[in-house]
Design a binder for this molecule. Sequence first.
Ligand SMILES: Nc1ncnc2c1ncn2[C@@H]1O[C@H](COP(=O)(O)OP(=O)(O)OP(=O)(O)O)[C@@H](O)[C@H]1O
Length: 563
Amino acid sequence: MEEQARLLSSMLFNKHRQVEVALNRSVLAWKEMERRRKRSSGVISNSAETAHSHAVQVCEIVAVLDTKEDQDNAETRRSQKKAKQHSQLYPHAFTVSYVRRTRRHQWRCSDVTFHSASEGLCERWIQVINEQLSLIASRPKSLLVYINPFGGKQRGRRIYEQKVAPLFGRAGISADVIVTERANHARDHLKTEANLDKYDGVVCVGGDGMFSEILHGLVTRFQTDNGVDQNQPDAEMVPCSLRIGIIPAGSTDCICFATVGTNDPVTSALHIIVGDSQPMDVCSVHHDDIFLRYSVSLLGYGFYGDVLTDSERKRWLGPARYDLSGVKTFLSHNYYEGTISFLPAENNMGDPRDKLQCRSGCGICQHEPSSTGTQWEMSEEKEKSDKGGSSGWSAIRGKFIAINAASMSCACPRSPKGLSPSAHLADGTTDLILVRKCSRLDFLRHLVRHTNKEDQFDHSFVEVHRVRKFRFQPRHHELVSLEDPIESPKKTGFSPICSAQTTCNYSTCHSSWSCDGEILPNAAIQVSVQCQLIRLFARGIEEQQQCLLEDPCTLWAVEPSTH
Ligand SMILES: Nc1ncnc2c1ncn2[C@@H]1O[C@H](COP(=O)(O)OP(=O)(O)OP(=O)(O)O)[C@@H](O)[C@H]1O
């Protein structure tokens, strides 16, 4: 680390111990100065200095506040006499609140209080730290918060008021809060009414369904304001300049888990406060030239579409409905025919089986936008120059149990590595997973591999492609008539191998697409990945070593004290 000039350095007191505190542009560090007698080799040395060093990155300081006398004494009541003496000697204090990492990607807000005899010195510390914080332009000052009071266990409002609002207050962030009164309230408000110029970001308190509302409201608003027609599948979309923060308060919080690494409201609030920014791809889904929906996580046809459709009918069962519908759909073992066409990503975009996981600061997601843009244009050219041909695009016609497009790993507590463990959040691609017709036992083997360390793509009936665009055309929709004898249907009971849904009426011979948990009305769809269309107040999942601070000792290395 390049050594930076100290901005401030003082001898202060922390918990009645003298500490040397120093600040440069990137680190606040303090170390205990403890003088004690030490015996070595039979000689009593004069004194030995031991130091316990602590360091906090300036960008992870939440706030610095003047500490009121009684407030600090409450902390030290154990040794009241000592505390009283101490507070008489050093009556002035300031408290720094900062991010502390705990287990499994969770963050907490910790406080450290420094005392001094000099009020002026404390004021100077507060002023200089605040000056440094104000230089961090990415920190939000004003937020628009939507709370779904009915998401998950209906604790959204309480979570916000008790865990999040106090932190925002401490960090000096103002928030306008809207508690939603109906489904799509947040989406509609964002689309038309909200005065977005006032805000640095939008916060969603709820689950994945609520996030989807915010996503649709915000993306639609930015396209409308910029004259982009969402119904045009090839329209060049305008990225949203406002970031979205997710305070998890739903029954499914997969987007939060995939971008923060944990579902914890305090951690999410701290990521918002420090002004993190995680770009994210969004898939636009069209049927012919009609816009259907946006997706950031999973588009699933066949198995996952059927599970969702069935579980919607069992809402009264609560979260258990997913398990029940999963078992039922598995036993039904339907397959569907159709043609899937796709535009593969370039070779330098990695491979779904390369075992490179998308992590904080991911290299693949940081491809220069210009180079990605150029490659993208080249692919578009290929596509245009080859209308009706196959160059650039590939097409597979077949019988599929499941067709999934994972734009992120889709990891969740139940499937820790997710549907596509190496999918990236912001590389402009989605991982297209095709599970062809196979036996029930083989399909079970494939499903089980989502929960263990084995490669779920290592089956002859599974293939996976990293793609920028794809289209699906169900076979029935194209030409199948009831007389078409392509598969002999077995509508009653479970077939020994698979049951083809080909000779029934339209509504039963095709599956439905599940789009981030919503069912799409059309089976024939076109999907384009919009690279980095939105940004979240997150930083991706941190690797263990990324959590460690660079050596704070560099701060002690040279430089005379400024105070
Ligand atoms: N005030 C409201 N009343 C009813 N529905 C609402 C309200 N506000 C938001 N919603 C809708 O509730 C749905 C579920 O919300 P959310 O994702 O927050 O919770 P969830 O428990 O994870 O949901 P689910 O598991 O049903 O997807 C969203 O699709 C959203 O549109």
